[in-house]
Design a protein around this ligand. Structure first.
Ligand code: SF4
Length: 501
């Protein structure tokens, strides 16, 4: 019966797309209440917002997440991260506590809630994006949790109904000695602490590091470990939710208003510490052309200098080397035509025919010029950040890509550094120590500071660059840009030198 009715529907009407009905199974409007400053984002928002709000709120949150990721990459400690993030959070994603008299409380919480869900849509498409998104969202959550007052934090945790049973005073007295021992309290300290009981499987990291007392399948967790427990729960839920979102994504593709915005957002997350894909890294006054790459290469970071030297030596680079270098050159502002000229002349041992067949396509592809990619987000791929170079595709024999600070042994690294003119013994010693501590980008920054010592001092003294603009570099293209500008301080007008913060 139902089937017959369905078949009688005018077939033309079935094609009418109602975006709201297609995307949300139950679009009924439900007023969101925000009794707490923090949110575990269990309920999706349903109220209307404008497209401008949709985009702006997401961009603001993205700024925060990208900064958090950069802080973690720079190995900033919690207090350093907090000091760095506080003004940014106040500016882009403020969240006042319940005790505040701010009239914007509800609006702030709404923005926080909506922006989280918008980015969920943008970052659930691949496993890599999901993992990174949940990692930085957890960092943000934890930062805020730590900043909450003890009272509000406890109220928020209780609202989550996490199935954690408070340990009764009698039980606590019974196990006081054991609880004191695991918490590392001096005598009497455990007495004042509050404990919760949870199934031990829910806190594997605390069990493993022996920070809880185990009894009859339950872990007794001191309240000082609350943040870690709540954060684990937050990550777990977010992971699950992101997978569900990923499954629902194909339906969203039909929405031609949101898809371009979401694409744009996820592209920016791919290169959080840069915006190097669309010419924003252009260096004013620089001659970025095929014939000038040899000159410019003195301003390249070691990874790219090594690629350039290998290319000049062998008139060839293997696939990942070509990819890493082409993206970098694209990022410094070399256009596609010039890039093709550059590669063609560099590969002078191969014939035109061979070059056209085996290499031309790859370069055009990277620039987003072929394979239907010209409409791809921003056209082609984004230059690799240090993080990507350091962690993905380590070079094999005969390959020149990667980061020398990480992928070379000490002997070869010293030889390469000396080959590019770094002979100062204290710098070489510092690089060795950085490498031993696996702080590869620190080694890179150490070399940068040594090479640009005088220019950095001049730039600071003359107020052309602030300390913030000269802080740790985490992208090869940023290295180039800063290096070029510093080495040409007198040529480039001071307004041009000022880099975006
Ligand atoms: Fe290149 Fe980054 Fe390694 Fe420096 S730290 S050499 S910029 S990958």
């Amino acid at each position: 019966m139902l089937r017959q009715d369905f078949n009688r529907v005018d077939p033309k009407r079935r094609n009418v797309v109602d975006h709201r009905k297609k995307q949300f199974a139950d679009p009924a409007y439900k007023e969101n209440q925000y009794p707490h400053r923090l949110n575990i984002y269990a309920t999706p928002p349903t109220a209307d917002i404008t497209l401008e709000q949709f985009e702006q709120w997401a961009i603001d949150r993205l700024r925060i997440l990208a900064e958090l990721e950069a802080c973690s990459f720079r190995n900033k400690s919690f207090p350093e991260t907090l000091a760095h993030m506080k003004p940014l959070l106040d500016k882009y994603l403020p969240l006042e506590s319940n005790t505040s008299s701010s009239t914007r409380l509800a609006a702030e919480r709404q923005k926080d809630h909506y922006s989280h869900f918008i980015l969920r849509l943008a970052f659930s498409s691949t496993e890599d994006l999901r993992r990174r998104f949940s990692r930085v969202e957890t960092m943000l959550f934890r930062l805020r949790l730590e900043l909450d007052s003890a009272k509000e934090r406890m109220e928020f945790v209780q609202s989550l109904n996490l199935d954690w049973e408070p340990v009764s005073p009698e039980e606590k007295m019974k196990y006081l000695a054991e609880l004191g021992a695991i918490s590392g309290f001096r005598k009497g300290g455990a007495d004042e602490e509050t404990y919760f009981k949870v199934d031990w499987e829910r806190v594997p990291d605390l069990v493993e590091s022996r920070r809880v007392f185990l009894r009859a399948g339950k872990a007794f967790v001191p309240s000082k470990e609350l943040s870690s427990m709540v954060s684990v729960e937050f990550t777990k839920r977010l992971h699950r939710a992101l997978e569900l979102t990923a499954r629902a994504l194909p339906r969203l593709d039909e929405d031609d208003r949101l898809t371009p915005i979401l694409d744009h957002l996820s592209k920016n997350f791919i290169t959080p510490d840069s915006a190097y894909s669309s010419g924003t890294s252009d260096v004013p006054g620089a001659d970025i052309s095929a014939r000038n790459i040899d000159n410019l290469s003195t301003n390249f970071p070691l990874c790219m200098q090594h690629l350039h030297r290998s290319l000049r030596r062998d008139a060839h680079l293997k696939h990942f080397g070509r990819l890493q270098y082409t993206l970098f050159l694209k990022g410094i502002g070399l256009n596609l035509e010039e890039c093709l000229v550059f590669w063609r002349s560099a590969f002078h041992k191969v014939t035109d025919d061979q070059f056209n067949k085996e290499y031309r396509y790859n370069v055009r592809h990277v620039y987003g010029d072929v394979g239907g990619d010209s409409n791809r987000r921003g056209g082609g791929y984004s230059p690799f950040s240090c993080q990507k170079i350091l962690t993905e595709h380590p070079p094999g024999p005969g390959e020149a890509h990667g980061c020398p600070y990480r992928h070379f042994n000490l002997e070869n690294l010293s030889a390469l550094l000396q080959g590019v003119g770094i002979t100062d013994q204290s710098v070489l010693r510092g690089v060795k120590e950085d490498k031993e501590k696996q702080k590869f980008h620190m080694a890179c920054n150490r070399v940068f500071e040594h090479v640009h010592k005088n220019e950095m001092k001049q730039a600071k003294d003359e107020g052309v660059m602030t300390s913030a603009q000269l802080e740790t570099i985490v992208h090869p293209n940023e290295y180039f840009k800063r290096s070029y500008l510093l080495k040409n301080l007198n040529k480039v007008k001071s307004e041009d030198v000022k880099m975006s913060e």
